[in-house]
Design a protein around this ligand. Sequence first.
Ligand code: PAF
Length: 280
Amino acid sequence: MKLVYTIQDLQTELDKCRQLHQTIGFAPTMGALHEGHGSLMIKSVNENNITVASVFVNPTQFNDQNDLLKYPRTLEADCALLEKCGVDFVFVPDVKEMYPEEDTRQFNYAPLDSVMEGAHRPGHFNGVCQIVSKLFDAVMPDKAYFGEKDYQQLAIIKEMVRDLKYPIEIIGCPIIRESDGLALSSRNMRLSDTERENALNISQTLFKSCTFAADHSVNETLEMVKTAINNASGLELEYFEIVDGDTLQPINSWEESSTIMGCITVFCGPVRLIDNIRYK
Ligand code: PAF
């Protein structure tokens, strides 16, 4: 596995691979890697000749500077995990490499980016599209891998790829959970023992809501989840929405859509956690 720091060095390496007709898989990350990221890497390694991972904490997608400062940086451990997964190149640019000048591009994928995370983190998805498009331009992969935990991000990246006509196949990969159900997240390492215990209520409530939904309406299911989280110790609900899996717009009945997702964001102490569940 080779670490590469500049776009030029990365392209020199990848041009050699392309000359050998090798296919390239790519998984962008912000580091603080866990087995969820590992699953993206392993899928890419299995489906492509060459796998590139990037580790870059992208400043333009943080609307809260405190969150950016607190974002865990664990490059050595990240590289150990990437190497174990069989990754070939790790692209580790600095901020100047990715943003030699301010990126003033505006990506507008309403209504996908105006609900849920988009409504609560203004500018977040614009920053995500800025960096992912720059990374796509640098890597020019055949396939790119994203986790379904960030379900809305995945939908917006697919839309950006359609819009900008990137010849890249976007592959969504299932949420990886701890054995007790908590969705893996780089933010979990910031949870105290008590917060970690409290956080478990999020996935447990989502799992229960699936059974509940079988004989209750969308509205009743929404209320059930909101009440359970609001009554749980140490948790503060930011939002819970039941949405069409493609448009991400709220639905009113289970018959309305063929893919239905429940998307939740909860503060567990100071740590903001997201999770989701598929009803249909
Ligand atoms: O999902 C993430 O970790 C980030 O949003 C991404 C896609 C690496 C862009 O910075």
